[in-house]
Design a protein around this ligand. Structure first.
Ligand code: PDD
Length: 285
């Protein structure tokens, strides 16, 4: 079956889904994106993703071409049309295509909205059992990482370096502390059982999965501290893990080739993963 994409009001075969070469997303990375997971054909934590979408577009003064309710309908229709049981829905909105190549916002141009889906069995991913390795790279991104911008070149380079090193993620370092992963939030569990993850600020993306995991942990009386941590601290931690829509909770077992604890996914990462998947199924829409 041909995959269907959504482009500016129409559902079209993916191969025929096209936008202009003048699209500002293409020319300037002048756009915002979101990725929501799908489990059993249903959207996971999607209200949180749509709220972040609304915030991100607001921060760059880009008006959504559709309401959030309509976007949710489009997401659902695409999941149904593509028969997605387990996977991801990608959504991108840009400031549209305007003649010329003016940096300043064009007037009277309709934003471009595109969505497509992909298949991914996040729950049964082999890396969930084995854990992943991460490498560290300098965080060379811009200063507004709280905006989910499509300008991802720094992450492309970071994750390519990780792939070449046989690692599953790159942790980005600034001023001696981990900011976050190339496409995930970073956590450690200290020797005295405190979950540590960097506080939200313009230095990181406010992860939807991060937010849900913190709330689920606190509901269970687990101690959470939102502060930066260093690689030295991570290497003497009990556990390390990442969170994201595309991995949920995923244990980190090596950092730059050095093992975290015994080099196997720890009980806390496994437990939070189960708790998160349970929350995801119960709140899926
Ligand atoms: N990435 N930090 C960064 C830089 C990210 O790109 C992402 C998500 C996260 C985790 O956020 P969330 O829990 O809301 O997915 C943190 C998506 C999955 C991506 O780019 O594919």
């Amino acid at each position: 079956m041909d995959q269907i994409a959504y482009v500016n009001g129409s559902f079209v075969p993916l191969a025929e889904a096209k936008i202009s070469v003048l699209d500002r997303g293409f020319l300037f990375a002048d756009g915002i994106y979101e990725v929501s997971a799908v489990l059993d054909g249903k959207l996971i934590d999607n209200a949180s993703h749509l709220a972040r979408l609304e915030r991100s577009v607001g921060e760059i003064a880009l008006a959504l071409p559709e309401t959030l309710d309509r976007i949710r309908e489009i997401q659902k229709e695409l999941i149904a049309r593509n028969g997605i049981e387990n996977g991801l829905v990608y959504l991108q909105v840009t400031r549209g295509a305007a003649a010329g190549r003016d940096f300043a916002f064009p007037k009277g141009v309709k934003p471009t909205l595109i969505l497509f889906t992909s298949v991914k069995d996040i729950v049964n991913a082999p890396s969930a059992k084995s854990g992943i390795g991460v490498i560290t790279v300098p965080d060379i991104r811009w200063a507004r990482r709280d905006i989910k911008s499509v300008a991802l070149l720094a992450q492309v380079l970071a994750k390519q370096a990780a792939a070449e090193a046989g690692a599953g993620e790159a942790w980005m370092i600034e001023d001696g502390k981990v900011t976050e992963g190339g496409s995930s939030s970073a956590f450690i569990l200290t020797q005295d059982d405190v979950l540590v993850t960097r506080q939200n600020s313009s230095a990181i993306l406010p992860g939807c999965t991060r937010k849900a995991v913190i709330a689920l942990a606190e509901e269970r009386q687990l101690r959470v501290e939102e502060r930066p941590f260093s690689i030295e601290e991570a290497l003497v931690a009990k556990e390390a893990f990442i969170t994201s829509a595309s991995s949920f909770v995923q244990a980190v077992v090596t950092i730059d080739g050095k093992t975290v604890a015994d080099g196997r996914p720890g009980p806390m990462a496994n437990r939070l993963r189960e708790i998160y998947i349970d929350f995801a199924r119960k709140t899926a829409e």
